[in-house]
Design a protein around this ligand. Structure first.
Ligand code: DON
Length: 568
């Protein structure tokens, strides 16, 4: 319970709590994000966006820049960037080829279905959220090396040397980072039974060097991914985890591999959307929601107006109900993706929707599919000067993951095991409910909500977008795409605009506080919607890149964080 409170507070601290209400649209002058001619990186930290951009300036492509950006985030954004987590990448090459990489963590070989239940069969959520037992086998290093092997053009040494330099030289602590470090200091010390680098008292503007991470990265430059999975770094990781009661072994590390997957692809009016496939629920849920709302004229209803909120909420309700039942690791669970995102099924799903009153979540279950047998995070987008585009979301799950730090490596380790369904019907830290499809099993990947997404318009690359935010990731990506497509916003306004979220259960619609018209919220209440303006100060922290009609790139770096768009 204590840790759940920590988590909620994290969400509050996650970003600034700017309270400036949106200006009335009629008086509003659109805000354009950074505009560049050829290439751009938008990420949670300026240092990471700059390092990725420098790699492209040297002639590297978006994939080279991905490797550098991801590792720079491990240095400068330990809240979610690390060597001890995992992620997903969706790409679209200049020639139109699309694909996806899954470097999600997986359950250790010794994991069991009931490993987080007590003797009475009740979930002990602390165990899946904090400390060594919460850690899934990390995928990050396998991920960046898989990308480099397939698409990289510069030597790994050239790509990672600037990151080593950043770790040695240090990064400047922002105000938001200082608040987060202060907030977690005691928990870091409690979980690690000792102080750690990030448990020092910092002031805004201090420089934080991570020499140990620099040394680890140098070993990785020399020995490649095997340094992490079978070498000295792996041994240091396993020793640390086992010393603190975890179950990850060298065999787990040796067996880990990143997997190339077919992304989910669907259309929404004249857009073609490419998003992450299972083991993320992101692409499937996004497709379901967008296909369910496609018949409605949102641009006529208006941005964040009653009817728009109703249609989106009702589509979200139905998609998240399906998520909880059907989705899990595709290597373990048969997922009827084509049916789930097919128009006949989704039309049927929305058939009982009425503008008159809210559907109750208790009246919605997963849809019936004939013939089917049951069986804290960060995002960055990159576009290069060659026309390649990528969209990457990575995570340690909660803030600083399990809070267990590996001092000899210089990184935090994830608490991704909480993304499994520890027991059918019992919500995880994001309130998400799961069933057999997402039950724990050795070597299984836990279901994610991460939704790195690429959008094409008229057959050409148009947008790369994604966000952190747990269960709110899917709905934040959705609203950002709609903000540009339906409501004509700039990329920057689209990521800044106030957001709301619904996920079937609990049966509430969460709104960012004080940013929505009270008359609209009242009209929703009258129709039976439960409105919650308390739970989340912010929903998502979206980063994206949009191609403007003249071919230049506009970055959208969310005002809710320290996010920055850099390019040339
Ligand atoms: O994969 C997932 O869906 C979660 N582990 C993401 C966690 C997250 O976004 C945390 N940020 N608030």
């Amino acid at each position: 319970m204590k840790y759940t409170v920590y988590f909620l507070l994290t969400i509050l601290l996650f970003i600034s709590c700017k309270k400036t209400p949106e200006k009335a649209l009629s008086t509003y002058t659109p805000l354009r994000g950074n505009i560049t001619q050829k290439a751009m990186v938008v990420s949670a930290r300026e240092e990471a966006s700059k390092i990725g951009t420098e790699i492209m300036k040297k002639g590297g492509n978006a994939f080279d820049a991905m490797v550098a950006t991801e590792m720079a985030l491990a240095v400068a954004y330990p809240f979610a960037g690390s060597l001890g987590g995992g992620g997903f990448m969706v790409y679209r090459k200049a020639d139109g080829e699309t694909g996806a990489l899954d470097y999600r963590e997986k359950a250790p070989l010794a994991a069991t279905k009931d490993m987080y239940l007590d003797e009475n069969g009740e979930v002990v959520s602390e165990k899946s959220q904090v400390g060594a037992l919460a850690i899934g086998v990390p995928g990050t290093i396998a991920g960046i090396f898989a990308v480099h092997k397939k698409f990289g053009t510069l030597p790994i040494e050239e790509i990672l040397t600037p990151v080593v330099a950043l770790a040695n030289r240090g990064f400047v602590i922002t105000e938001k980072q200082k608040l987060r470090f202060d907030h977690f200091k005691d928990l870091f010390i409690e979980v690690n039974k000792d102080t750690i680098l990030f448990a020092n008292s910092f002031n805004t503007g201090d420089t934080l060097k991570n020499k140990q991470l620099a040394i680890t990265l140098e070993r990785i430059i020399k020995n490649g991914a095997s340094e992490f999975y079978t070498g000295e770094t792996g041994k240091k990781l396993v020793n640390r985890v086992q010393e603190y009661g975890g179950i990850i072994t060298m065999e787990d590390l040796a067996k880990y591999e990143a997997k190339w997957r077919e992304p989910v692809r669907f259309t929404y009016n004249d857009l073609s959307i490419i998003s992450m496939s299972p083991p993320s629920s992101g692409g499937v849920c996004l497709a379901q929601i967008m296909k369910m709302i496609e018949p409605y004229d949102l641009s006529k209803y208006g941005h964040n107006q009653t009817k728009t909120i109703q249609v989106i909420t009702e589509a979200e309700r139905r998609a998240y109900a399906d998520r909880s039942f059907y989705l899990g690791d595709p290597d373990f669970t048969k997922i009827p993706i084509d049916t789930l995102i097919g128009e006949p099924y989704l039309q049927e799903r929305m058939a009982d929707f009425s503008f008159e009153k809210a559907t109750l979540s208790s009246a919605i279950n997963c849809g019936m599919i004939p013939g089917y047998e049951s069986d804290e995070t960060t995002h960055y987008s990159i576009v290069d000067q060659f026309g390649n585009a990528i969209s990457v979301t990575i995570t340690l799950n909660g803030a600083y993951g399990s809070k267990l730090y590996a001092p000899e490596i210089g990184t935090f380790l994830n608490n991704e095991m909480d993304d499994f369904s520890a027991k059918p019907g019992v919500p995880n830290m994001f309130g998400l409910i799961g069933a057999e499809a997402n039950a724990i099993a050795p070597e299984k990947r836990m279901l994610s909500s991460m939704t790195p997404t690429i959008v094409e318009k008229e057959g050409k690359f148009w947008m790369s977008v994604g966000t952190p935010g747990g269960s709110t990731i899917i709905t934040s990506v959705l609203q950002t795409i709609l903000n540009v497509k339906e409501f004509g916003m700039t990329m920057q306004d689209a990521v800044n605009a106030p957001r709301f979220h619904h996920q079937w259960l609990p049966d509430v619609v969460v709104f960012e506080p004080n940013l929505f018209d009270t008359a609209i919220l009242d009209s929703l209440r009258q129709k039976g919607y439960k409105i919650d303006e308390e739970t989340s100060k912010i929903i998502g922290k979206v980063d994206g890149i949009l191609v403007l009609p003249d071919g230049t790139l506009e970055g959208g770096a969310d005002r809710r964080g320290d996010d920055t768009a850099v390019g040339f």
